[in-house]
Design a protein around this ligand. Structure first.
Ligand SMILES: CC(C)(COP(=O)(O)OP(=O)(O)OC[C@H]1O[C@@H](n2cnc3c(N)ncnc32)[C@H](O)[C@@H]1OP(=O)(O)O)[C@@H](O)C(=O)NCCC(=O)NCCS
Length: 133
């Protein structure tokens, strides 16, 4: 995959003393040029879901990416049965760009989708998804 860990992005959301949500990302070199941001993990504690916390954390990353024209793409892996996360990411314009069988060693199903979103402005002025590694 040509991983080149350049810099990480971390975000946390607190409700009082409780950390109810977190995101961690790293930058990787893209094979075709530019940099892609890999979302290593994004999670919100179950009682605090559907309150917009995940959206705020992801938007925080997207805002950082948009300030850096060197970041061309953002992507992540998600277990194939994780309908909630897939719906969440699709709302932000991510698309399924691949499937990796037996990606996970200790959970069932072991397969994951690759979800990706292009951050390169298209001719029409918006960004759309592209395939990824
Ligand atoms: C995916 C996750 C981070 C979403 O966090 P969240 O704070 O609940 O998300 P938001 O409240 O910002 O939801 C934004 C939108 O995503 C979609 N969405 C989120 N959860 C959904 C669900 N369970 N079912 C369907 N759509 C969902 C909805 O469109 C939602 O908008 P709405 O509430 O106005 O309908 C959270 O469910 C989670 O932590 N899951 C477990 C960990 C995980 O799977 N992480 C993703 C892999 S990295």
């Amino acid at each position: 995959m040509g991983v080149n860990n350049v810099v990480g992005i971390l975000g946390n959301t607190y409700y009082g003393d409780i950390c109810v949500g977190a995101i961690a990302c790293r930058q990787e070199k893209r094979d075709g040029g530019g940099v892609k941001l890999y979302i290593m993990t994004l999670g919100v504690l179950a009682p605090y879901r559907r309150l917009g916390i995940g959206s705020k954390l992801l938007q925080h990353c997207l805002d950082i990416c948009r300030q850096d024209p060197g970041i061309w793409e953002i992507y992540l892996h998600v277990q194939t049965n994780n309908d909630e996360a897939i719906a969440f990411y699709k709302k932000f314009g991510f698309e399924i760009s691949g499937i990796i069988h037996n990606y996970y060693k200790r959970i069932v199903p072991p397969d994951c989708y690759v979800l990706s979103k292009s951050l390169v402005p298209q001719a029409g002025g918006s960004s759309s998804s592209t395939s990824t590694s």
